[in-house]
Design a protein around this ligand. Structure first.
Ligand SMILES: CCCCCCCCC/C=C/C(=O)SCCNC(=O)CCNC(=O)[C@H](O)C(C)(C)COP(=O)(O)OP(=O)(O)OC[C@H]1O[C@@H](n2cnc3c(N)ncnc32)[C@H](O)[C@@H]1OP(=O)(O)O
Ligand SMILES: NC(=O)C1=CN([C@@H]2O[C@H](COP(=O)(O)OP(=O)(O)OC[C@H]3O[C@@H](n4cnc5c(N)ncnc54)[C@H](OP(=O)(O)O)[C@@H]3O)[C@@H](O)[C@H]2O)C=CC1
Length: 260
């Protein structure tokens, strides 16, 4: 996909992408790297992360891999501490790590519900808070982009994820208020169905039914998410905060993918 941005747009900036070792997160990291940024990718699976980092370096991108479990506050604090010890300042945080499993609400165990909220909502909050403290230490502004999930019309079959992601959208608005005086802009991007390997865990028939309902009848591409994120992090979006951009082929109008 053609990149519409200037190749030195993020020169001198460092971008941290959680879940940057795969799928959408890796596309986001690659895009920022192509636009001149140093990128830090962080996730749990170190083997996959190192492979992703190598692929970025082979493309001439300055990339660093670090371990993090965003559900664990100590692990989040360790990540930031390691960056600060290495003298690396983060300018842009992309909270992309997340996920869920499909299950009807009646079948969800309390622990299953909790684990998805813990990952997507609490984990995102912990990363945001650690980043805001990092910005305060540096006395520099920052930018947060939270990747959520198209949930505007409810999310049948994924009640835990819908609730958690709507929570992140509201968190995005609240943090935009609270941290405006720190010069931190906070926005979200809500992708619909995006073509990544992670979709293999979903029923292909349910996925196709969802796509058939869209106004733009195809899956989105990770690179399309990456370019929207780059826009929101760029000076062109300097007057935008507290918003959530739907990137979903119209799914926020037509409704979510059908329940299984
Ligand atoms: C509708 C069509 C849409 C079709 C339309 C679909 C559009 C898709 C758009 C979105 C795409 C993506 O997000 S793609 C991203 C894909 N990647 C992922 O989703 C992976 C992320 N998943 C995870 O990280 C984890 O599995 C996560 C869900 C957080 C749970 O982590 P934990 O380590 O806590 O997991 P565990 O300890 O094993 O389990 C905790 C509890 O959750 C329950 N649990 C875990 N996996 C389960 C499963 N597959 N099915 C049932 N229950 C499960 C367990 O039984 C436990 O409950 P008890 O037994 O009661 O203890
Ligand atoms: N593909 C799609 O259609 C859509 C995806 N999304 C969202 O976009 C994001 C990326 O999805 P996609 O690339 O498709 O899927 P992936 O499964 O490839 O991405 C999820 C990433 O999150 C990381 N991750 C999961 N749990 C944790 C954790 N506890 N701590 C740190 N990192 C974690 C994973 O790495 P690791 O396992 O190594 O920790 C992985 O890199 C997710 O939040 C997803 O829900 C939203 C809408 C649609």
């Amino acid at each position: 996909m053609e990149n519409i941005f200037r190749s030195d747009l993020f020169a001198g900036k460092t971008v941290l992408v959680t879940g940057g070792g795969s799928g959408i997160g890796l596309a986001i990291a690659r895009n920022f790297g192509t636009l001149g940024a140093r990128v830090v990718i962080a996730a749990r699976d170190q083997e996959r992360l190192i492979e992703a980092g190598q692929s970025l370096r082979e493309a001439g991108i300055d990339a660093i891999e670090l371990a993090v479990n965003i559900r664990d506050n100590d692990s989040v604090a360790d990540l930031i501490e390691q960056l600060e010890l290495q003298g690396i300042g983060i300018d842009v945080l992309v909270n992309n790590a997340g996920g869920q499993f499909a299950a009807p609400a009646l079948d969800l165990s309390a622990n299953g519900f909790r684990s998805v909220v813990d990952l997507n909502l609490t984990g995102t909050f912990l990363m945001c808070q650690a980043f805001a403290r990092h910005c305060m230490n540096r006395k520099l502004p920052g930018c947060i982009i939270n990747i959520v999930l198209c949930q505007a019309n409810g999310l049948p079959g994924m009640a835990h994820a819908g609730a958690a992601r709507e929570g992140v959208v509201n968190l995005t608005r609240t943090l935009a208020w609270e941290w405006s005086n720190l010069g931190i802009r906070v926005n979200a991007v809500a992708p619909g169905t995006i073509k990544t390997e992670a979709l293999d865990q979903y029923d292909p028939v349910a996925l196709q039914e969802g796509i058939d309902k869209l106004l733009i009848k195809r899956m989105g591409l990770p690179e399309e998410v990456a370019q929207s994120v780059a826009y929101l992090a760029s000076p062109a979006a300097g007057f935008i905060t507290g918003t959530c951009l739907a990137l979903d082929g119209g799914e926020h109008l037509t409704g979510a993918s059908p329940q299984r």
